[in-house]
Design a protein around this ligand. Structure first.
Ligand code: NAD
Ligand code: TYD
Length: 350
């Protein structure tokens, strides 16, 4: 089977590419990525020589390019992760989110529809989405299920909600084989240090302030990225057409409790006195429209397909810290911007 994975040079996409390339040697994996600031081919050094892997640089917003790629490659399936993914950036530049997340998704759906000529036997379009489309929960015990009404608040979540609706429209209107998953916040290796956990690890290491928005009371439900990649694998292979699954860790933390826990881990790993890293916590102006709480009910995925998270958060957090401390070169290349030269240096003259 030849699968197009979009956004495979990003955080979650690189884990999905690695999993598929190494687990399924009979599959041909084509990773299409624009290499925006969030795309980093150094996330994939361990699989880039694999015979069943190919990288293509390109923009999903470019309809003609996407159409030609589908014609040339004759994909049998798409796993679509390419997106603008950072809420803060969506607040300052919403249009980029509309272009990539909405227009880019529709371009891929159109190209798949044309290439598959309306016949979806042994074809699949898998759209990877977020729990943020459901909006915000109160502090009670309510959780997002697959039937929770969409109520996005940020430009990021509004663009992802829109893309989800387009995918469902292609299932309802054209009968395209589509599946969608909506996942909670991920953490783990290769996470770009603009998001809460990797940014905090980086800042603690550098003895820089850890910015906490508002009072730090917002709640997120954290899932280890490799558990997300495994869920995508299971859903891709086993879900019935037209199905949606929520994916989550049953692991809710207020931001401030999470960061205090991270500070303790960092003190231990860096040989600092207990309480040293916590002194870096700095409360800053809250994010506009900041959603209070996300929490996923992943019962359907467990009942239907047997998926459950494998890693306890404390263990996962320690593993993540260890990875960032052991992969100083990766982090330095990201913070210096060097990672953006990898494509020119390694690919352009091939
Ligand atoms: P990311 O920002 O780390 O990676 C996104 C990737 O998409 C990058 O490699 C980037 O270069 C690529 N890309 C962006 N615009 C593109 C375009 N126009 N054409 C081609 N490639 C383009 O994102 P991530 O955190 O890995 O998220 C991946 C997907 O998972 C997204 O769809 C996101 O909405 C979803 N998601 C993320 C989380 C999370 O916690 N990070 C949780 C649930 C769902
Ligand atoms: P983030 O990692 O940006 O993910 P998302 O906004 O998609 O949930 O943020 C996670 C939480 O941490 C969110 O409530 C915003 C908060 N946050 C901070 O308090 N400080 C920061 O510097 C960042 C980036 C996020």
């Amino acid at each position: 089977m030849k699968i197009l994975i979009t956004g495979g040079a990003g955080f979650i996409g690189s884990h999905v590419v690695r999993r598929f390339v190494s687990t399924y040697p009979n599959y041909q994996i084509v990773n299409l990525d624009k290499l925006t600031y969030a795309g980093n081919l150094e996330n994939l050094l361990d699989v880039e020589q694999a015979p069943n892997y190919k990288f293509v640089k390109g923009d999903i917003v470019d309809a003609a390019f996407i159409h030609d790629l589908f014609e040339a490659e004759q994909f049998e399936a798409v796993i679509h992760l390419a997106a603008e993914s950072h809420v803060d950036r969506s607040i300052s530049n919403p249009i980029e989110f509309v272009m990539t997340n909405v227009v880019g998704t529709v371009n891929l759906l159109n190209a798949a529809k044309t290439s598959w000529k309306g016949s979806y036997d042994k074809k699949r379009f898998y759209h990877v989405s977020t729990d943020e489309v459901y909006g915000s929960l109160g502090e009670g015990s309510e959780m997002f299920t697959e039937t929770t009404a969409y109520d996005p608040h940020s430009p990021y979540s509004a663009s992802k909600a829109s893309s989800d609706h387009f995918v469902r429209a292609y299932f309802d209107t054209y009968g395209m084989d589509c599946v969608i998953s909506n996942c909670s916040n991920n953490y783990g290796s290769y996470h770009f240090p603009e998001k809460l956990i990797p940014l905090s690890i980086h800042n603690i290491k550098q003895n820089k302030a850890i910015p906490i928005y508002g009072k730090g009371e917002n709640i997120r439900d954290w899932l280890w990225v490799e558990d997300h990649a495994r869920a995508i694998d299971v859903i891709f292979h086993k879900a019935k057409t037209g199905t949606t699954y929520n994916i989550g860790g049953h692991n809710e933390w207020t931001n401030i409790d999470l960061i205090r826990t991270l500070c303790k881990v960092m003190d231990k790993k860096l040989g600092r006195a207990e309480g040293e890293s916590e002194k870096l916590i700095t409360y800053v102006t809250d994010r506009a429209g900041h959603d209070l709480r996300y929490a996923i009910d992943a019962t359907k995925l467990k009942t239907d397909l047997g998926w459950e998270p494998s890693l306890q958060f404390e263990e996962g957090l320690e593993k993540t810290v260890d990875w960032y401390l052991e992969n100083e070169k990766w982090l330095n290349n990201v913070t210096s911007g060097n990672y953006q030269h990898y494509y020119e240096e390694q690919y352009q003259n091939r």
